[in-house]
Design a protein around this ligand. Structure first.
Ligand SMILES: NC(=O)c1ccc[n+]([C@@H]2O[C@H](COP(=O)([O-])OP(=O)(O)OC[C@H]3O[C@@H](n4cnc5c(N)ncnc54)[C@H](OP(=O)(O)O)[C@@H]3O)[C@@H](O)[C@H]2O)c1
Length: 322
């Protein structure tokens, strides 16, 4: 089978097209014939070595397709099931072997492309808005990079929970996309001081939570956007990692809470994965959450997909089609 492998960390040229034996599922595992693979920022972090999986590795963390073989003891799925999964390394390939408990059934009416486009970022939006800081009706929250893959979904889930959502984006086109997703206010943080704007939009009160996936360039000012005892949810680092900080700052700025959550810890067992995935798919089928696919690339065009993601031009999701 064809797969995209990384043997050393680096630029786009470390993404190698290889032919590997089709993997066989072991005990508790199933093999998925992949129909669509999601491209995520974590794939870039792994390629460049910001996160360091053991080398060599097959890129990718998210896919949808059809179960075509199962190992011993598998009860969760059967051959022929339409499934999707996330948080398992190796989805930039034609086939992947996955722990069966991680596979979620894709309901009728949702395509593999939609499932692969929504799962990782949608589950993330779900846990951030429903669990990390469980948004209450009437809360005002700030979502950075509101037109990104994660951002567009997080805006929608935050609105479902009754929030007033302030989004930040870099361009007018992205501002339109964030508004379409339901953002009440959008700040062009490349042109405006987002801290001053948030203060203005909240009459100086600040927001209940900031969801900051941008990191280095937004973190310090994000702390200043929070109201007393607000939640700073640092959920990514698209602009680079946040440098070490003195915890005393959290006291000085209003007894703030700071957390750096990750999806794997919020999809820790099958019940949790299924509950979040089922919510997402139901919202999609009911038209309450829309998934926006920016572009699809053939597996062989993987470097173009990474280049596009890093270019900051993406609105919504990128997919690879094996
Ligand atoms: N913690 C978790 O569980 C979890 C799960 C999923 C994703 N994430 C994180 O969430 C972030 C977003 O992931 P995604 O895959 O959905 O990507 P994305 O949001 O579609 O793309 C990243 C966005 O970040 C903004 N950005 C700001 N400064 C940037 C810079 N210097 N370079 C590139 N982008 C910059 C851009 O939006 P503007 O142009 O509007 O600024 C860009 O569109 C990533 O950091 C990812 O690791 C975390």
């Amino acid at each position: 089978m064809k797969a995209i492998r990384v043997h050393e960390f680096g630029g786009l040229d470390v993404l190698k097209h290889e032919v590997l034996p089709k993997p066989e599922p072991g005990k508790g595992e199933a093999r998925v014939k992949i129909e669509a693979t999601g491209v995520n920022f974590i794939d870039v972090y792994q390629r460049v070595g910001l996160y360091k999986p053991p080398l060599p590795f097959t890129e990718g963390q998210e896919a949808a397709g059809v179960v075509d073989a199962v190992g011993a003891g598998v009860t969760e799925v059967q051959i022929g099931d339409h499934v999707a999964y996330t948080s398992v390394q190796g989805s930039y390939a034609e086939y992947a072997v996955v722990p069966a408990w991680r596979l979620v059934p894709v309901p009728k009416g949702v395509s593999s492309q939609q499932a692969a486009a929504v799962l990782l970022q949608g589950l993330t939006a779900h846990y951030l808005a429903c669990t990390t800081y469980p948004i209450q009706p009437g809360d005002t929250v700030l979502v950075h990079a509101a037109a990104g893959g994660l951002g567009l979904l997080l805006v929608q889930v935050a609105k479902l929970r009754g929030a007033r959502v302030i989004g930040t984006v870099s361009t007018e086109e992205k501002a339109r996309a964030a508004k379409q997703a339901g953002a009440d206010e959008v700040i062009l943080y490349t042109q405006q001081d987002f801290e001053a704007e948030v203060r203005r939009l909240t009459d100086g009160k600040g927001v209940s939570a900031v969801y900051d996936s941008v990191g280095k360039t937004t973190f310090d000012k994000s702390l200043n956007c929070l109201k007393r005892r607000g939640y700073m949810v640092l959920c990514g680092q698209s602009s680079g990692p946040v440098p070490p900080m003195d915890p005393q700052i959290l006291n000085a700025k209003g007894s703030l809470f700071l957390t750096r959550p990750t999806l794997a810890h919020y999809t820790a067992d099958r019940a949790e994965v299924l509950q979040r995935a089922n919510d997402l798919f139901q919202w999609m089928l009911a038209g309450r959450v829309q998934v926006r696919i920016d572009s699809t690339f053939a597996l062989a065009q993987v470097a173009d997909a990474h280049r596009h993601l890093e270019s900051r031009k993406v609105i919504g999701k990128l997919l690879l089609i094996p």
